[in-house]
Design a protein around this ligand. Structure first.
Ligand code: ZN
Length: 47
């Protein structure tokens, strides 16, 4: 079964709020839940 790059890109196209850990689309600048702008990308390979 092939892995669709589009699907994979969509998976990473999310940000997680550092405050409430709500997931937001990457298109938003602020958390939709708590309004915080402390959003980090889910794509973080390094520790
Ligand atoms: Zn939040």
């Amino acid at each position: 079964m092939p892995i669709f790059p589009e699907l994979k890109a969509r998976m990473f196209d999310k940000t997680v709020c550092r405050k409430c850990k709500a997931r937001n689309p990457k298109t938003v600048k602020k958390c939709r839940k708590c309004g915080s702008d402390q959003l980090r990308s889910k794509k973080q390979g390094k520790k």
